[in-house]
Design a binder for this molecule. Structure first.
Ligand SMILES: [Zn+2]
Length: 591
């Protein structure tokens, strides 16, 4: 596994891999920067070194190699990260790639489930084209979907049968795997055991849910029954080893290119809304599937944009989910605008009835979040009575406090006071306090490095055997004269680097602050230091060590003089003369 990982790492380009998740721009000869996907920020403190193949965030101190990035962002184990990177780079996997049998079994299960979902999708599509699929085709046509659109979203039909899909898949996997797929249900027996499996989705239109790479991992199914037999209008796949509802944004796989291009995402509630808007050419649209945003979904989205136009359903439930989502997005530093479509229409109906131009115009006319919330406060608590005003304000205060930026909070508070007609000094003061309250997140920026430290750190981090002599020069000086280096702020990092074997430099330094300093030195370099540079850095360190010692001696000499301790004075003076001579010698050598 480790040999394989090593070879994948050599072939993978960390910049390309990371660019698959977040936007990077070139920041130097060999490094790139972007907004960190692991913490909230508005200005980039996340850097990637193209040659040394590591990333480092000066904001949250996240750092590591391509595998640690993928493991962290995909929330997977190291072996899985290796596999994902290998796949992204088109490197075939060896047979034995997992360190434990459990991991191997889990990976096999996931692979099998992906395969089953792919076959099920194709089969549902086939059923939609069959004679029995007529009722589903009719439904879809009624919702304005043409065959191209159906094909794009791979919409299908689950026939009215308890065993059709089971029969299709039963030869391909054992019972336990079929159960794990979430495509089947079973009833609990009298003795507590599970009964035989049967098709979970019956007489329903099937909408596949894909992961970010576009592979089907679950389904949403809409009933075609009416009356008592219908059951829930929509049902979803349960949580499975492939699918977790809170981790997926519907349509992100298809929307992400457009989201980056337009630098914002349109967020709608339902999958049908999303499909409808997408198929009419507005491709930067994603859906939450009728629930409020989760933190993981926000993190997923932040890799692509930090601007969202929210277009939820105008009904009460919609507004509730909208408010929760808006609150979370605000807190995470997103810029949010809100669209309310007139006529109380949802995005699907609006775009079908009024056309894409009208919808585009509505998106363009989206209101700032503050204006939207103030308006809602006025609708919820109408009237001029002070009681109502207090309620309206209490509705707004939490939203104001969530905003990460002081300026925006001030503006919001001032607008609210004015639009709600709040003239009470007490209430105004409370608004002002809300604007003041949120503490700015203080980014821990690395202390700056001296030139000498930069040279030494870079030398100690050399990995290319061709430059080995420069590395050894620095490592030996450190081993032989540690006292010279002790006063440096990066002494701990230097020691760790000097003691490393073939490891990645950035990984042997464990202390986050030290690691940040090392990353800063490495990110600024264009090529490894020459022996000559290392030599003169060591000399400068040596000189400085002597100067420090001289300073100490001067203090001690003054002290001995004051005490009248002449024996001590003679000793110290001799030491100081020796040092003076050593320093002169050093200057001559250096010249
Ligand atoms: Zn960060």
């Amino acid at each position: 596994m480790l040999d394989f990982a090593q070879s994948v790492k050599q072939q993978a380009d960390i910049v390309k891999v990371i660019e698959g998740y977040i936007r990077l721009r070139k920041a130097g000869a060999q490094n790139y920067s972007g907004l960190c996907p692991f913490h909230k920020e508005k200005s980039p403190s996340f850097s990637v070194h193209a040659v040394r193949q590591f990333y480092h965030c000066f904001g949250c101190q996240a750092s590591g190699d391509v595998f640690s990035f993928v493991a962290k962002i995909e929330n997977v184990t190291f072996p899985e990260a290796v596999r994902i990177v290998a796949q992204k780079c088109g490197i075939p996997l060896p047979k034995h790639e997992f360190s434990s049998p459990e991991q191997a079994a889990e990976a096999r299960l996931r692979a099998k489930l992906l395969e089953l979902h792919e076959i099920a999708s194709a089969w549902f599509e086939e059923q939609l084209r069959s004679p029995e699929g007529a009722v589903a085709r009719e439904y879809l046509a009624g919702r304005g979907l043409n065959p191209d659109g159906i094909k794009t979203f791979r919409i299908g039909y689950a026939p009215d049968s308890f065993n059709a899909l089971r029969d299709r898949l039963s030869g391909m996997a054992d019972n336990e795997t079929l159960r794990a797929s979430g495509l089947f249900s079973s009833k609990e027996q009298g003795d507590g055991s599970l009964g035989p499996i049967y098709d979970r989705f019956r007489k329903r239109v099937m909408f596949p849910i894909a992961n970010e790479s576009g592979r089907v991992i679950a389904f949403t199914a809409r009933t075609l029954e009416t009356g008592d037999k219908a059951g829930a209008k929509y049902i979803n796949s349960p949580e499975t080893p492939l699918y977790s509802k809170s981790l997926v944004l519907f349509n992100l796989d298809k929307a992400r290119a457009s989201i980056r291009q337009h630098e914002f995402a349109v967020l709608v509630e339902g999958q049908m809304d999303c499909i409808s808007v997408f198929l009419r050419g507005i491709q930067n649209v994603i859906a939450t599937s009728g629930t409020a945003f989760t933190e993981q979904q926000v993190a997923l989205l932040r890799r692509h944009t930090s601007q969202v136009v929210v277009n939820f359903d105008p009904d009460a439930a919609g507004s509730n989910a909208a408010e929760k989502s808006i609150a979370l997005l605000t807190e995470e530093g997103f810029t949010i605008k809100i669209v309310t479509l007139d006529g109380g229409l949802d995005p699907d109906r609006y775009i079908r009835e009024r056309g894409v131009e009208a919808y585009t115009a509505a998106l363009r006319g989206a209101r700032r979040q503050a204006d939207y919330l103030i308006e809602r406060a006025r609708l919820l608590f109408p009237g001029a009575r002070s009681e109502q005003k207090v309620k309206a304000m209490n509705f707004l205060l939490p939203h104001i406090r969530l905003m990460p930026e002081k300026l925006a909070r001030d503006q919001f508070a001032a607008d609210a006071a004015q639009k709600l007609g709040i003239d009470s000094a007490v209430l105004r003061e409370e608004l002002r306090q809300a604007a003041l309250k949120r503490r700015e997140r203080v980014e821990t920026r690395a202390a700056s490095l001296t030139e000498v430290e930069r040279v030494l750190l870079r030398a100690l981090a050399i990995t290319d055997p061709e430059d080995e002599r420069a590395r050894r020069l620095a490592a030996e000086a450190l081993a032989q004269q540690p006292a010279w280096f002790e006063h440096l702020g990066t002494f701990a990092a230097m020691q760790a680097l000097a003691g490393r074997r073939a490891n990645d430099p950035i990984e042997v330094v464990e202390d986050p602050a030290q690691r940040a300093l090392l990353a800063e030195a490495l990110l600024a370099e264009t090529k490894p230091p020459l022996e000559r540079e290392v030599q003169s850095a060591i000399q400068e360190i040596h000189e400085r060590a002597i100067e420090n010692r001289q300073r100490d001696l001067r203090a001690l000499i003054a002290e001995a003089e004051r005490r009248g301790d002449f024996a001590e004075l003679a000793l110290l003076t001799q030491q100081k003369l020796d040092l003076d001579r050593a320093l002169r010698q050093l200057h001559r050598d250096g010249a």
